[in-house]
Write a protein that binds this ligand. Structure first.
Ligand code: FES
Length: 180
C-alpha cells in the first residue's frame, strides 16, 4: 500500500513541531492523522510511522494497542465506543449499549452493512463523573440518554455536522467547535 502524499505532508508538518532529537513526540498526532486518512492504522502505515519518526515498530504497536481510540483493525466510518465500566453502568451505560445495538442492528464488535458504524464496548473512558459516556471516533459525549444518542446517530446518518461535548484537541478541534 502506498502512503498518500497528503499523509506524508502532514507527517512533515507534525515533525516541525518538535526538535530534531524529539521527533518521536509526534507519534500520537501522526497515528491520529493516519487513522483519519486511511480509516484505520494498517500494518504498512504502522511500519511507515515507525520509520518516519525513528522509533521501533514495537513502540508504535504498544501505543496503538494501549489507547482504545486507536484503530488497529478496519471499522466503520464512525467507531462508537460505549463505556461499560462501573460508574457508567450505574448511570445506565448497559441499557444504553442495548439501545444502540437495537438502533444499529449490530452487536459489539460488528459493523453496520452500510459501513457507517462499528460498535465497541470498552472500559473507562475517563469521564466517570459525567456518565454514561461514549466516544464517536475521537470525540467525547457525556451524560447520555437514549434521546441524546439517537440525535448523535441520526445526525451522522443524515450527514449533519455535530458538536461533540468535548472534541479532542489532538485533532486540532477545540471544545464547542463544530465537527464533521
Ligand atoms: S466508568 Fe465510564 S468513563 Fe469511567
Amino acid at each position: 500500500m502506498q502512503i498518500p502524499d497528503t499523509l506524508k505532508k502532514k507527517a512533515a508538518e507534525i515533525g516541525f513541531r518538535y526538535p530534531e532529537d524529539k521527533r518521536q513526540s509526534g507519534l500520537i498526532p501522526l497515528l491520529f492523522e493516519v487513522q483519519r486518512e486511511l480509516g484505520w492504522i494498517t500494518p504498512e502505515a504502522e511500519a511507515w510511522v515507525a520509520e518516519t519518526l525513528g522509533v521501533t515498530e514495537v513502540k508504535v504497536r504498544e501505543v496503538i494497542t494501549f489507547y482504545s481510540m486507536m484503530r488497529a483493525e478496519p471499522s466503520g466510518k464512525y467507531l462508537i465506543q460505549v463505556c461499560q465500566n462501573i460508574a457508567c453502568c450505574l448511570t445506565g451505560g448497559e441499557e444504553l449499549q442495548h439501545h444502540i445495538e437495537k438502533k444499529l442492528g449490530i452487536h459489539p464488535g460488528e459493523t453496520t452493512k452500510d459501513g457507517m458504524f462499528t460498535l465497541k464496548c470498552v472500559e473507562c473512558l475517563g469521564g466517570c463523573s459525567w456518565g454514561p459516556m461514549m466516544l464517536v471516533n475521537e470525540d467525547q459525549y457525556f451524560q447520555l440518554s437514549k434521546e441524546k444518542v439517537d440525535k448523535v446517530i441520526d445526525g451522522l446518518r443524515a450527514g449533519e455536522p455535530l458538536v461533540a461535548d468535548n472534541p479532542t484537541p489532538l485533532l486540532g478541534n477545540v471544545a464547542g467547535e463544530t465537527v464533521a
